[in-house]
Structure formats: C-alpha cells, structure tokens
Design a protein around this ligand. Sequence first.
Ligand SMILES: [Fe+2]
Ligand SMILES: [Fe+2]
Length: 255
Amino acid sequence: MLLNTPVKESKDISLEGAVQINHSSFFVYKDNNGKTFLKTGRDEKIHKSLVQKMIDLNPHIARLLKRYHIKPLIDTKTLRELTNGHMNDTCNIAIGVYSMLPVEIQSKLNKTILKEASMLHDLGKVLIPSKILNKPAKLNVKERKIMNIHSTLGYELLKTQNLSDDTLTLIRYHHQNLKHTGYPVLPKDNTFADLGVQIISIADKYSALREARVYRRRLTRTEALLILYREVREGKIMPSVYNALFKYAEMNDID
Ligand SMILES: [Fe+2]
Ligand SMILES: [Fe+2]
C-alpha cells in the first residue's frame, strides 16, 4: 500500500493516497469514522484531484508538458476507462504469465512489484490529449512522439507516491524490449530488470490486441499470439515469457 498525505475532499471522505491491492482499485479513502476503504470507478472528482496533486508535487511534469505543447488537462474519462479496463486487464494477464513461468524464473521477480507496476503502468495516459489517445487512425510522427511520453509521465506522476524504485522502473520502461529499441531510451548504465518489463510488456500488448479499436476489430487469441510470436523471432521477447503467456491464454482466455 502506498499512502500519501491525506487530502480533505469533502466532509464525509478524505483521500489518503494511491494503492493497488486488488484488481480493481488504486485509490484509498478514509471516512469520518476513520475507516479506510477502497473505491473504484465513478468518483471522477476525487480521482482527478489525486492526479492533480501528483502533478503539483513534481514540477518536472509541467516542464515536460510544456516541452510537448500539452495542456495540463486530466482526462477523467480516460482515467476511469484505464483503471477499470486496460490496466486491470494487463495486471491480470501479467500475474497469469508470472504464474506460468518456471519456478526458477519466478524467483527472480517480486510478484507484488509486478502487480503494482502493471496496475499503474499507463497512468500517464491521463495527460495525453484525448484526440491523440483516441484517434481512429494511425498516429503521425508528432502525435506518436507525444503518445510515447505517457510512460515517462506515468513515472513522474507516481514517483512522489512512495512506490519502490523497482515498481517505478517497470512503469517507466514498460515499452522497452530485450533489444532495447523501445522507449524511453535507456540510460547507458541501465540496470533495469528485463524480466519484469518483459512480463508487463507482453501482458500490455496481449490485452491491447484482444480489445477492439476504432480502426480494427478485436483479434482472436490465436491471431494475438501469432503477432507476439513475431517479436520472439525478432529477439524482442524472451521465449520463456512468451511460452508462459501461451499457456496462460490457452487455459484462461476463450476466443
Ligand atoms: Fe503504455
Ligand atoms: Fe498499456
């Protein structure tokens, strides 16, 4: 659990901070009786306020947005959809992949960190303009550059929220691959954990391929697995991680 300084939101409820415990929440509140509870979904005002607080706590975010000419608007619809949809889905798949890995590989990774990072991996998308995020066609070069800073934005938003460095690293680099040709560019002395990134990245991609997009239909399980297999052949995905996804999908994902 990651608690931050409490913020009074109304006479009945105060926001304590961000948390990821189960598959459907990442905000924790306290009521007048001091009872702590989790809440999902619809309370956009409170969610928005927490993200605004994250922005205020880290001046680098404003500089980053200015550099890319992005207005600091929090898209609550995106936040709600991500929290209840894609980020939950990615978390479930990532944990499923983890559970199918051989024990000696599992032992190299902390499951709680994997869960936290996959649950929050795309939080930075709340600051990406919705006309780019929801564009019903391929992004142009400029739009792609803006879209690609979402992982950095997510990292910057969350780095003031008492998360471990390992969790933050996974969030920051969830679009990296084994060949290190993803984004953001890795520092020369990078020591980031490929395995965790690999699991979140494959879960993220599989989740996206299994969802319909404005410009394409939802892909079948086999189609999605075939697309990801190409990345194994290109040396971007570890075969062991792919095999674990394959097993997980065969057992849990019905076409
Ligand atoms: Fe992402
Ligand atoms: Fe994602």
